[in-house]
Ligand binder design. Structure first.
Ligand code: 5GP
Length: 191
């Protein structure tokens, strides 16, 4: 795996429920040079979430207004909701010398890679598709239909894992985390 110099953005991708946000939250807490963006979504809050954690929660109407105003550097429909990243937030973080880290879907990663060629992309894989199904069921209350949408999206996304700079299998969290941290430390050192 090649780590280019001057990486300014680390993009973490992978199917819903694979553990991306746990990886990103932990590393951001441990490495203050990293800046984790708070993106915008139209989805409803889950238990334990609130405005700003982990998203800015807005209505579809507000989201569409923000699109019109060119507020988002990138936005996409993911599952049945809309998600987008503020251009200003990214530019400010990069301008202040931080390394941006974020968790987006595959479409978002492609857009960011084009707009920010000095990015490093990580695809997080579950140990198996059955394990992923169990993790999602445990985390979110949803009907079978929605679960199947997520599983189908997961299969489609996982088929693209080799397009990313790094593939990380999240079987045992502590060991995946230490692999991930080693690479992020290397990226920060090479800047
Ligand atoms: P969840 O609703 O489970 O938190 O997230 C659903 C998906 O939306 C995840 O794959 C997450 O990475 C993705 N996501 C979150 N923010 C953004 C964003 O700003 N842009 C894109 N393209 N995807 C996002």
């Amino acid at each position: 795996m090649e780590i280019k110099p001057n990486i300014g953005m680390i993009i973490v991708v992978g199917p819903s429920g694979v553990g991306k946000s746990t990886l990103v939250d932990k590393i951001t807490a441990e490495m203050p040079i990293l800046f984790d963006t708070v993106t915008y979504t139209t989805r409803s809050m889950r238990k334990g979430e609130k405005e700003g954690v982990p998203y800015h929660f807005v209505t579809e109407e507000v989201f569409k207004e923000l699109i019109e105003k060119n507020f988002f550097v990138e936005w996409a429909h993911v599952h049945k909701n809309m998600y987008g990243t503020s251009r200003e937030e990214i530019d400010q973080a990069i301008g202040s010398g931080r390394v941006v880290i974020m968790d987006v879907d595959v479409q978002g990663a492609k857009t960011f890679r084009e707009k920010y060629p000095n990015s490093f992309t990580v695809f997080v894989l579950p140990p198996s598709i059955d394990e992923l199904r169990q993790r999602i069921k445990k985390r979110d209350k949803m009907d079978e239909g929605e679960l199947e949408i997520r599983m189908e999206n997961a299969r489609l996304e996982m088929a693209q894992a080799s397009d990313f700079d790094m593939q990380l299998v999240n079987a045992d969290f502590n060991s995946s985390y230490s692999q991930f941290k080693k690479v992020v430390e290397e990226i920060v050192k090479n800047r």
